[in-house]
Design a protein around this ligand. Structure first.
Ligand SMILES: Cc1ncc(COP(=O)(O)O)c(C=O)c1O
Length: 398
């Protein structure tokens, strides 16, 4: 028998293992969210708390967290120093009607230290907000409305209109997925309309030269070049992927990893884009919130003192290497592509092995999303041997 929730099938084994989670999902789907926005209903378990590399579900099962919560929890869940800083900030008042607070000034200084070429930092709560703000600044800076975009940038209208499957009413954003020649060709015809080329780097899919070409072509045509570093900006280390690839953007956006799971994002920009801030309206109430600023300041401090980027990159490379060996040994048709701290699994046939691996890993205490990226946190880097033992046990059961 199969239990059905909102069109999702759970097996009898799921129902026996995760009874509270499944009852909760049933209730939640009637009044909030839906399986479309709720991880496509691919999990029979609901996470409620976490500590370090471990997260725990409603049925009290523990998992090593290979998602790092969409990559946002860079150090680890409930990291004591971050919790302490947030608690202290909350205890002394979270939101004030004021100009930039001391914490915000301090964070801006820290981010300009991280991205030394920048001259202005604007803070927001989400990645979507930061990229939307960057687009608006680029429009003001160039006097051109159009946007060409590569990769994912969140859920705001300007971006979704460029994603065919979410088609909104197109007005000014166009999604591209070809190489530099495609960009050159589009800009040859339409450069006078294009204010910004907004690119999410995929370091595991393309070499730095690819992004250097996009950067150069955008500038040759008078467009602002915005690198959406929401995922990579902190995880890649000081200077983000921008520094690693030797890029020269007019703005970067950062968010995940900055607040170790607390909501904070920023645009770091320079030149005309930094000045355009005075002519535009990019602002929101909760950019004054103290708890997220405190989380970001502490996380950035830990990130530098503990060399979090170097540690997660070394651990990620080791795990990828071990997994490649494991998959080869057991004839598992999956390929790994990674860039250090994060990696993805590509299927090489249509056997559905990737989804089966995910379900089997859940039963062996590993939480991941095989369709998204796997993100190593600093605390998970301390437990990679245990992670591999669990992977090995799961792969043997496939
Ligand atoms: C590169 C990139 N940009 C923007 C976003 C949107 O961020 P948020 O979900 O915080 O709005 C994401 C989220 O996954 C992202 O990966």
């Amino acid at each position: 028998m199969t239990t059905h929730v909102d069109g999702i099938g759970f097996t009898d084994d799921d129902a026996a293992r995760w009874p509270r989670s499944i009852r909760h999902i049933e209730e939640a789907h009637t009044i909030t969210t839906s399986h479309r926005t709720d991880l496509e209903g691919r999990y029979p378990c609901v996470m409620t708390h976490g500590s370090g590399a471990v997260i725990t579900d409603l049925d009290d099962h523990d998992y090593l967290d290979l998602t790092s919560a969409f990559g946002a929890v860079l150090v680890g869940h409930a990291e004591p120093a971050v919790v302490e800083a947030v608690t202290a900030a909350a205890a002394s008042g979270n939101l004030f009607y004021t100009s930039a607070s001391p914490r915000r000034l301090e964070l801006a200084q820290a981010l300009l230290h991280w991205f030394p070429w920048g001259s202005r930092v604007l803070c927001f709560k989400t990645g979507s907000c930061a990229v939307t703000a960057a687009v608006r600044l680029a429009q003001h800076a160039t006097g051109r409305q159009g946007v060409l975009t590569y990769g994912y940038h969140g859920w705001h209208d300007w971006h979704l209109e460029a994603v065919p499957e979410y088609r909104l009413f197109p007005s000014y954003a166009t999604g591209l997925d070809g190489g530099p020649e495609e960009l050159r060709e589009v800009l040859r015809r339409r450069a006078d309309q294009i204010g910004a080329v907004v690119v999410t780097p995929l370091p595991h899919r393309y070499p730095p030269e690819h992004y250097q070409d996009l950067n150069r072509i955008a500038h040759e045509h008078g467009c602002a070049f915005v690198l959406d570093e929401v995922k990579t900006g902190i995880r890649a280390g000081a200077g983000g992927y921008t520094a690693r690839a030797g890029l020269n953007p007019d703005a970067v956006t950062v968010s995940k990893g900055l607040g170790n799971g607390f909501p904070i994002s920023a645009v770091v920009c320079r030149g005309e884009m930094a000045l355009a801030h005075h002519r535009s309206h990019v602002w929101n109430t909760y950019q004054h919130e103290q708890t997220a600023l405190a989380a970001a300041l502490t996380t950035l401090d830990l990130t530098q003192r503990w060399d979090v980027p170097g540690t997660v990159a070394a651990a990620g490379e080791w795990v990828v290497d071990q997994l490649r060996g494991l998959f080869t040994e057991h004839g598992i048709p999956l390929e790994l592509v990674g860039w250090g701290p994060s990696f993805e699994l590509d299927e090489t046939d249509d056997s559905g092995v990737r989804e089966r691996l995910q379900q089997t890993l859940l039963r062996h205490g590993v939480f991941c999303d095989v369709e998204d990226d796997f993100n190593i946190s600093y605390r998970l880097a301390e437990q990679t041997e245990v992670l591999m033992e669990r992977f090995t046990a799961a792969v043997r059961k496939l």
